[in-house]
Design a protein around this ligand. Structure first.
Ligand code: ADP
Ligand code: MG
Ligand code: MG
Length: 888
């Protein structure tokens, strides 16, 4: 039988899975010799059993009995003993901290007799009755599920009767009265008496803590934070110490460093004559921790010493809960503290400088997500004072957005088309709002959490979003919303929303580049003093040195290519060519499609070719000396033609006057119209069906490369054929392309070698990669399409249609378009990589979907042993950092 209960002296900090974070760290502090009130921890395994079977595991009660007996022996008093009661707290504590999500009950062991014993022992009747009423209140709320307001209202009534505004104004008699009232509330609302038996109190509290794992808010929190659902919580039974025994007592929280900046110093809050939950509840005003030095110098000095010891021991920033009972300091909790993204980088480098950690560990202490947060544009804080803070919602999708308020998708589109920046404000969004969300700079909702439709879709689009701003009353019909204080904001008023903090301002706050982006742009010298920039610089340098994966960028114009290079890209992994067919060139594409003779077609292609060549020359120049993978045209041709309905209407209205050109165009649009364009005539299929199209592109690439070479440059083209499903397709195109390359080499006298390869974006391609590799010198995993085709999800539709529901149901914890689905899509990637290499050892392997910039997916690519990841220029630093971290 497993061991279900561990004394604090038996555990240690590495047992978080079993003892939860709180229990493991209480044990660690106990073993370090710090003053922790004695107690024991019931394991998460016991909780998992209880949740699965609805009953406690066999043997648990016996173990609890034995540990309680030992605790009573050590403390020299029994739980609830009438003349001198041992009191305990029953505290939840899961592996991952879930602040305020689960339950804790203090002062267990008090009843009508032992309260008198406690009063006599402490020499303080008020204290004893205050502790007793706290017990009934917490127990009532947590264990018996009674509405907390009932108790709060009763306290308010007692204060009114006494004519005081402060809890401290209530005397012992008032509190004794409250205890009677509270018992009445329990009787009425729980249908039972408050249990007088201390052991029954304890056992019920333990079960309540187990049950709190499945409370709605805990479930929601886990989903948002991506904490697995099946871990369960541990329960800590800890002998009570009292911060509410007078002015020489108190309770507080402390950080070994500032969690916002990372700076060393004395950070925290202290509250005299109070129990722990008072600090968090914000009932009374705390004083800053440095004031404790004046209040109780001995305890203060001791606390400072303990904090230094903890930080050295954990080699990280810690946060701490402590209580002082009549001048004696007790440590009640510690853990490696949560911190902001900026603090994470700073602290990692500070600890590195203190020799507490090495450079590998420093890189492990930060994440690509944190780096991404530091790269979003932000509001210029210097200017924020001139605007009004309206409210704070949830920080659903980061960034800073400014625009005119609109309440409907239609209005958002209208104004955006007129060139206005707009913020779409809704109670909540649904798939009908999608167009408006696309048109808007940012989205603000008054309802819904981080997995709401608005939040999921906005994150998917990289759009700034603040959701669940519950203080706002949104009236779409009236075209206005009301903020706290009665501020009314109407359509057209300018607001600014901060998706990183959740703050919403009335008025325009100027937006600026973050210093980290300025650094990557080369505008800020890392030696120049900004501590954060220096820290980012150091961690990046170490990551770059460690990385096995290269990082390339997806870029299709010289500007993006140049920026990507500044951001550290080692080439272009995906240069799309389709945008090169838009704008003025549309007419040439129309000509190509409408061509009736081979000559007409060739004319159109000949007109396009020099334009394409210019495009490529610029990109080769920006990426001189580095590989540039150019994908031949991929989307279905009708994307370059007018809309079927629009054109039909135009031709119908014109009747007999319709131009010949329009009629022919309409016919072509009809002919090319597809039910499922994503699965239609696109990619390599176009190349095989439209003679000369791919040849024209290959020629443009080869000529551009020859031009660059003659100008003294070093172009490194790689030609990529999209949407191949069978080696035969690739062979046909390859032969054509090689012919063109040879022609150009002969014409120009310059032989620029170009690799020819393919995208792997269809399951069939992945499964026959061994054959395809015969004709491909490289593979690039197009994981956007590969995800679509593997799941059968249309990326453009499903996120809005049902992904929030899927996330709620836990079908996946994160959209497979955001983080590569290892089990399905990832399996195909592995197969293709392996079989491709078997056919052609040394075949170059990369990935060019959105996943190339996603931290978890980058780690996957490292594991599979790809040569590079390619992502949008802005994500390049994130991918570099994660490529390094994956290799450490
Ligand atoms: P949370 O995980 O929400 O912080 P805790 O279990 O830490 O919950 O307890 C809530 C509050 O009660 C904290 O301020 C804690 O310090 C205090 N507390 C818990 N156990 C004891 C105890 N044995 N003696 C005194 N205060 C306690
Ligand atoms: Mg706590
Ligand atoms: Mg594709």
């Amino acid at each position: 039988m497993p061991k279900f209960v561990y004394d604090f002296t038996e555990g240690n900090k590495d047992l978080k899975d079993l003892l939860g974070g709180k229990g493991a760290n209480l044990a660690e502090m106990t073993n370090l010799g710090l003053p922790v009130p004695p107690g024991f921890t019931i394991t998460t395994e016991a909780c998992r059993h209880y949740l699965a079977h609805g009953s406690l595991p066999d043997g648990l009660q016996d173990e609890v009995d034995a540990h309680l007996a030992a605790l009573q022996e050590e403390m020299g008093k029994r739980l609830g003993q009438a003349d001198d009661p041992l009191l305990v707290s029953v505290r939840s504590g899961a592996k991952f901290s879930m602040p305020g999500m689960m339950e804790t009950v203090l002062n267990i062991g008090l009843n009508d007799e032992s309260v008198e014993g406690l009063a006599a022992q402490a020499g303080d009747e008020r204290f004893a009755w205050d502790s007793y009423r706290r017990l009934i209140q917490m127990f009532g709320k947590t264990v018996l599920d009674i509405e907390g307001d009932l108790f709060e209202d009763a306290i308010e009534a007692a204060k009114d009767a006494r004519g005081t505004k402060d809890d401290a104004g209530l005397d012992a008699a008032d509190l004794r009265g409250l205890v009677a009232t509270f018992k009445g509330i329990v009787r009425e609302h729980a249908g039972r008496e408050f249990p007088a038996d201390p052991r029954e109190q304890m056992d019920l509290a333990i079960k309540a803590v187990f049950d709190s794992w499945n409370a709605d808010r805990a479930i929601l929190y886990r989903r948002q934070e991506r904490i697995p659902v099946d871990l369960g919580t541990a329960v800590n039974v800890c002998s009570m110490v009292f911060g509410n025994l007078g002015e020489d007592s108190g309770t507080g929280v402390a950080f070994t460093r500032d969690p916002a900046s990372g700076h060393q110093g004395v950070y925290g809050d202290y509250l005299q004559n109070a129990q722990g939950e008072d600090v968090v509840a914000g009932i009374r005003n705390t004083v800053p921790l440095p004031d404790l030095e004046r209040i109780d110098k001995t305890s203060y000095d001791q606390l400072m010493e303990f904090m230094a010891r903890l930080e050295n021991h954990y080699r990280d920033m810690c946060d701490i809960e402590f209580t002082i009972e009549r001048g004696k300091l007790w440590m009640l909790q510690t853990r490696v503290g949560k911190r902001t993204a900026a603090a994470a980088f700073r602290i990692a480098c500070q600890l590195l400088d203190q020799d507490l950690i090495d450079a590998d560990e420093a890189a492990r202490r930060v994440t690509g997500d944190q780096l991404a947060q530091l790269m979003f544009p932000r509001f210029d804080t210097a200017e924020i004072e001139d605007v009004t803070l309206l409210t704070k919602g949830m920080n659903a999708s980061p960034g800073a957005a400014v625009g005119k308020v609109v309440f409907t998708s239609e209005r958002a589109k209208e104004l955006a088309e007129q060139g206005e920046d707009v913020i779409l404000v809704r109670r909540e969004t649904n798939p009908d709002d999608l167009a408006g969300m696309v048109a808007a700079q940012g989205v603000l909702t008054s309802r819904g959490g981080k997995t709401s439709h608005a939040a999921v879709v906005a994150r998917g689009m990289g759009k700034t979003c603040v959701c669940g701003a519950e203080e706002l009353e949104v009236d779409v019909k009236a075209g206005r919303f009301t903020a706290p204080g009665g501020v009314v904001v109407g359509e057209g008023d300018v607001i600014s929303i901060d998706g990183s903090s959740g703050e919403v301002y009335l008025g325009e706050v100027p937006v600026m580049d973050s210093p980290v982006v300025q650094y990557f742009e080369g505008e800020l010298d890392p030696a120049g003093g900004d501590e954060l920039v220096q820290a980012v610089h150091r961690v990046m340098a170490h990551a770059d040195g460690a990385a096995a994966l290269k990082v390339r960028a997806n870029a299709d114009n010289p500007d993006d290519a140049a920026r990507a290079r500044r951001f550290g890209a080692q080439g272009i992994g995906l240069c799309r060519t389709e945008h090169m067919f838009l704008g003025d060139r549309r007419q040439l594409v129309e000509k190509l499609i409408l061509a009736e003779t081979a000559e007409e077609r060739q004319d159109a292609l000949d007109a396009l070719e020099p334009l394409q060549r210019e495009d490529f020359t610029g990109i080769f120049a920006a990426m001189d000396g580095l590989p540039v993978t150019i994908r031949l045209i991929d989307p279905p041709l009708h994307e370059f033609l007018p809309d079927l309905t629009d054109l039909s209407v135009k031709v119908a209205l014109a009747g007999a006057d319709a131009s010949d050109q329009d009629r022919r165009l309409l016919e072509a649009v009809r002919r090319l119209h597809e039910q499922n364009p994503m699965l239609g005539l696109r990619g390599v299929r176009l190349g095989l069906v439209i003679p000369g199209l791919f040849s024209m592109q290959v020629r443009a690439i080869a000529e551009a490369a020859a031009d660059r070479r003659r100008a003294g440059g070093d172009p490194r083209p790689e030609i990529m054929i999209p949407l191949v499903g069978a080696v035969q397709e690739l062979e046909a195109v390859r032969e054509e392309a090689e012919g063109v390359l040879a022609e150009v080499a002969a014409e120009t006298g310059v032989d620029v070698p170009a690799l020819i390869g393919t995208m792997i974006e269809l399951p069939r391609a992945a499964l026959t990669a061994g054959q395809i590799a015969e004709a491909a010198e490289f593979f690039s995993f197009g994981t956007n399409d590969l995800t679509q085709t593997t799941w059968g999800f249309s990326r453009d539709d499903v996120e809005a249609a049902f992904f929030s529901r899927y996330l709620e149901l836990g079908v996946f914890g994160v959209s497979p378009f955001e983080t590569l689905d290892r089990d399905g899509v990832g399996r195909l990637v592995r197969i293709a990589a392996e079989e491709g290499r078997r056919t052609r050892p040394g075949i170059k392997l990369g990935i060019c979907g959105e996943h190339g910039g996603d931290p978890d997916s980058v780690h996957f690519c490292h594991e599979v042993g790809l040569d590079y990841v390619s992502c949008s220029p802005f994500r390049v630093p994130v991918a570099r950092l994660e490529a390094g971290r994956a290799a450490i």
